[in-house]
Design a protein around this ligand. Structure first.
Ligand code: UT7
Length: 334
């Protein structure tokens, strides 16, 4: 779990993309029986971004934009990449992978390309995997994207789920570095399929395991047992964060930025208070962007990166949990 001997990994560039269209709590008040006050109190969200599907926006367009910005930031071009990993649960097709389409649109061939499905943990999963592949010596420059357009799989008649989610992409370009102490110095990937039905997207009626027979279940849309996930998240989030620090013999102050999946502001606040994390080091943007699933961690990373709140040599932690159930962390020396 700790890093390997001779090759390090550099975060060479970071980028993100969000759609222009804003869906505010006031818009939900017009669509369903809810209130701005309920949404803010229970989730911390004021507004979220949603793609304009009629204009061709979606997971691919946001992913292409985010990775393209990360490449610019790194001073590289798509042809410099030898692998693209796209973490998403909202690609339009499973074959070909979304990563292949992103590669085609950016002109990255013959770089390898694959999708990775770990729901909201996707960006952390993908960046940990990319770090390991670079350290193995098999890849030298990897484009990692976390992107979800949750609005495209949302049942806007379901008030307990739809108010939570938004659309975003975050990306980074990772390259081999001669300093082995650079990159992901500690990582954990976890999954427990026993809780899969707490968050899933049924394609066919036989997939549906909850809900009354004959209920109006919209196939293809996200179904979520919010209370179950909330309990799972609060315990796993704190446990994983504590364990990751302990395994590296680090104190909470050693980490410059905790970059957490933006699931619900209350879940993040609970970890902050249980572990006494310095509040100014726990970035929160859920108020403006909602929960963008695999997009959230990369979006936060990019906003901190562009604001010069991460410097070379800093230790940062990426941490997330989500459907599967999955949960993952990575401590990076930038
Ligand atoms: O990213 C990883 C995946 N997802 C998550 O991390 C989500 C984790 N869970 C959550 O964030 C929360 O469970 C939610 C925000 C989704 C829901 O909050 P909650 O406090 O768990 O609400 P609840 O589902 O237990 O519902 C409480 C009450 C219910 O009314 P009754 O039965 O007490 O009368 C709901 O019908 O709130 C009602 N309710 C709403 N009321 C107004 C549910 N949604 C709404 C709404 N507006 N939008």
């Amino acid at each position: 779990m700790t890093s390997s001997p001779s090759i390090g990994v550099r975060m060479a560039g970071v980028g993100s993309a969000v759609p222009d269209r804003i869906l505010a709590n006031a818009d939900f008040e017009k669509m369903m029986d809810t209130s701005d006050e309920w949404i803010r109190q229970r989730t911390g969200i004021r507004e979220r971004r949603v793609v304009a599907q009629d204009k061709g926006e979606g997971t691919i367009s946001l992913s292409v934009e985010a990775l393209s910005k990360a490449l610019d930031d790194a001073g590289m071009v798509a042809k410099d990449l030898d692998l693209i990993i796209l973490a998403s649960v909202t690609t339009t097709m499973t074959c070909p992978s979304g990563a292949c389409i992103v590669s085609q649109q950016l002109g990255a061939e013959p770089a390898a390309a694959f999708d990775l499905v770990a729901a909201c943990s996707g960006f952390v999963y993908a960046s940990n995997v990319a770090d390991s592949l670079i350290r193995s010596g098999r890849h030298k420059a990897v484009g990692v994207i976390g992107c979800d357009t949750m609005s495209t799989v949302m049942d806007y008649d379901d008030r307990s789920v739809s108010i939570l989610f938004g659309d975003a992409a975050g990306a980074m370009v990772l390259t081999a570095d001669e300093d082995p102490n650079r990159g992901c110095i500690y990582q954990r990937l976890h999954a427990d399929g026993n809780g899969w039905h707490s968050l899933y997207m049924p394609r066919k009626e036989v997939d549906v395991v909850d809900g009354a027979a004959g209920a109006n279940i919209k196939l293809g849309n996200l179904r979520m047992n919010g209370r179950e996930i909330y309990k799972f998240a609060v315990s796993k989030f704190t446990e994983l964060l504590k364990e990751s620090l302990a395994q590296c013999d680090l104190s909470v102050e050693d980490i410059r930025q905790y970059i957490c999946h933006q699931s619900n502001a209350r879940i993040i606040e609970s970890a902050v208070s249980k572990l006494n994390l310095p509040e100014d080091r726990v970035y929160v943007n859920i108020d403006r962007f909602g929960n963008s699933s695999a997009g959230s961690v990369g979006l936060c990373l990019d906003q901190l990166w562009q604001a010069d709140k991460i410097d070379a040599g800093d230790l940062i932690m990426l941490i997330a949990f989500g459907g599967g159930m999955t949960w993952a962390s990575g401590i990076w020396r930038v």
